[in-house]
Ligand binder design. Structure first.
Ligand code: NAD
Length: 255
């Protein structure tokens, strides 16, 4: 087992915030496993990081499939890998108004964002507890775990759930030496938000509303995730930390 101890799993690590997390952690010497459902973009990321001299490994995983999660952890065990860090970054959004959302879309969002997060944490903690090791989890919530917005009901509900899963697991697993925290990204430029930020007037409104006066980027998140995964945050657990340029701090429109 010694060979593989200390690796960090990053779900949704092939793109956007997850890819930024993989790059920063690996550049700082951490062994990183990208766990993403998209094989092609995982391969692209590995290639682009390799061209910068940064190495990560990847395994295909759909976090909405409980059986696939069980198999994922079995395969790590079979390969002698014990992860001591988990970043739950995989997430999707289906926009729909509260009057007309479809039950199937609601379920799809919950299966990835909420149940996927909880089951990945469960498999991670079981492996650590079995080996008598300690570790850290960072979940990715959203500003919409802190306040509401129209047409995002299933997404907001899932991210509010991620915040509560984070607190619950932190309290339940503290005595096992497993810390659990979350980050709440603000407006971050990734493929998830590319379409809305391509609308100039929308982009301008968001930047004006953001106290630090710009959109966020994956590295802004990665730096906070790296802190929460590391021993630098050894006395921090159960916290949901906005990384949003100050949006949740107040309303710039009142100035
Ligand atoms: P992204 O679309 O760029 O990346 C998401 C990644 O998750 C992709 O690589 C995708 O293949 C993977 N993924 C999706 N479903 C999966 C599944 N079932 N199993 C495994 N992998 C899966 O998005 P992003 O903007 O980087 O978002 C990352 C996280 O940050 C998400 O949880 C999102 O909700 C959250 N977030 C993003 C923003 C933002 O402004 N971009 C704001 C708040 C929260």
């Amino acid at each position: 087992m010694a060979e593989g101890i200390g690796q960090v799993i990053v779900t949704g690590g092939a793109s956007g915030i997850g890819a930024g997390v993989c790059e920063l952690l690996a550049a700082r010497g951490q062994k990183v496993i990208v766990a993403d459902r998209n094989r092609e973009i995982s391969a692209e990321l590995i290639e682009s990081l390799a061209s910068k001299g940064i190495n990560v490994s990847a395994r295909r995983l759909d976090v909405s499939d409980p059986e696939a999660i069980t198999q994922f952890y079995s395969s790590l065990l079979a390969d002698g890998i014990l992860a001591t860090g988990l970043v739950n970054c995989a997430g999707i959004n289906v926009r729909a108004g509260a009057l007309d959302f479809k039950p199937s879309d609601w379920q799809k969002v919950m299966d990835v964002n909420l149940r996927g997060t909880a089951l990945m944490a469960q498999g991670f903690a079981k492996a650590l507890i079995r080996e008598g090791r300690t570790g850290a989890i960072v979940n990715v919530a959203s500003m919409l775990a802190h306040y509401g917005a129209p047409n995002l009901i299933s997404y907001s509900a899932s991210k509010g759930g991620v915040a509560m899963v984070t607190r619950s697991l932190a309290v339940e697993w503290a005595s096992s030496g497993i810390r659990v925290n979350a980050v709440s990204p603000g407006y971050i430029q990734t493929s998830l938000t590319a379409k809305i930020f391509s609308i100039e007037s929308y982009r301008h409104t968001i930047v004006r509303r953001t106290p630090l006066g710009r959109l966020g980027n994956p590295e802004d998140l990665a730096r906070v995730v790296a802190f929460l995964i590391s021993e630098d945050s050894r006395f921090v657990t159960g916290q949901i930390i906005p990384v949003d340029g100050g949006i949740t701090a107040g309303d710039t429109a009142l100035g």
